[in-house]
Design a protein around this ligand. Structure first.
Ligand code: UT7
Length: 321
């Protein structure tokens, strides 16, 4: 049995912030951001919650799949920036959607989160436990940024994507790879709230996302091509047979380096980072929805999805559409 994506959806906050807008509040420039990353603008949540954005994305995916919320058996939400520590985003989503028959839990694998969640859904479907699963990926990363640190805050954006995954005899996920390297985790990190029980003396200020950009860059260009090759081989295909590569939208230079290392033209790497920035767990499902709704996916197409980021962590899946 295979896990087929039969519906996609996405939602971005209403406020679009261009590089020029940022240059009015930070010492940065459109030229620096665009030339180093390819990013031109991003959407930042002002009024919206992550639950609202994810519910909007999920409703679109369910509608496209022709599945009612009550038919869902499981909801897996990938995020590192849920609105609350408790309850989980997936439980909030279950309530919002009225998916009363679904179990729900969250996964935090940072920018690989959507891939890890999709692969978990695939394992449930292969085991025969569930047939209809909602998988989401989304973030409001702007609340975790230090808006005085121009080297990180200009890179990220907010938004959510969702897919409905169904058991299918013919098409779906054929091969997956995932990996982690916790020993190198300190190059991209963000501390949670600290212990403040009466026996501690904790006076440290709030923590924000810290990133050693160059180390993350090196990790990405070395690891992602290898992960993609391993997943493609597992699926029983050759790299040349793949129609589209949808990879985590962190930086256009990383995507260009991956395309070069794989010997595949950039035409097969659609991007939307120009208008979205890096949305961590939201980036791959939002891009997938974008290409799907543009009519770029055809039945039987061979597609690679890949994510990488904090942990360190990485994941790639190969599927037929
Ligand atoms: O989901 C995974 C997420 N992370 C990534 O994918 C990040 C991967 N890394 C990268 O994309 C790049 O390393 C960055 C885009 C983050 C940075 O590019 P870089 O070429 O590695 O720049 P850098 O950090 O070496 O900084 C170069 C200069 C520095 O100035 P000096 O020391 O040379 O005078 C920075 O202070 O650029 C300066 N700088 C900025 N200037 C204008 C850093 N941020 C900015 C900024 N605007 N926003």
């Amino acid at each position: 049995m295979k896990s087929r994506i039969c519906g996609t959806g996405s939602a971005l906050p209403g406020k679009e912030v261009t590089n020029d807008d940022l240059s009015k509040v930070l010492e940065t420039s459109d030229e620096w951001i665009k030339s180093r990353t390819g990013i031109c603008s991003r959407h930042l949540a002002v009024e919206e919650t992550l639950t609202e954005l994810t519910a909007e994305a999920a409703e679109k995916a369910l509608q496209q799949a022709g599945i009612r919320p009550e038919e869902l058996e499981l909801i897996i939400s990938a995020t590192l920036s849920a609105d609350k520590i408790l309850p989980s985003l997936s439980c909030e989503l279950q309530r919002e959607l009225g998916a009363v028959n679904a179990a729900a839990f969250d996964i935090n694998a940072a920018c690989s989160g959507f891939l890890f969640a999709l692969q978990t859904a695939d394992a449930y479907i292969k085991s025969g436990q569930y047939q209809k699963i909602l998988v989401t990926g989304g973030e409001i990363l702007s609340k975790l940024m230090d808006w005085n640190d121009r080297s990180t805050c200009v890179l990220f954006g907010d938004g959510a994507g969702a897919v409905v995954v169904k058991a299918d005899e013919t098409d779906g996920i054929l091969g997956s790879i995932q990996g982690s390297d916790g020993a190198r985790g300190d190059v991209l990190s963000c501390e949670n709230r600290r212990n403040n029980n009466p026996y501690t003396a904790n006076e440290k200020a709030l923590s924000y996302v810290y990133m050693n950009g160059q180390e993350v860059y090196k990790f990405a260009v070395r690891t992602v091509p290898k992960a993609i090759c391993a997943a493609v081989e597992k699926a029983g295909f050759q790299i040349e047979e793949i129609d589209l590569f949808l990879i985590h939208q962190a930086n256009i230079r990383i995507i260009e380096a991956v395309s070069k290392r794989l010997g595949v033209s950039m035409d097969k790497f659609p991007t939307n980072l120009q208008k979205c920035g890096n949305i961590s767990a939201g980036s791959v499902p939002i891009l997938l929805d974008y290409v799907n709704r543009k009519g770029m996916l055809h039945k039987g197409d061979k597609i690679v999805l890949a994510g990488f980021g904090a942990g360190l962590s990485w994941g790639a899946s190969v599927l037929t559409w």
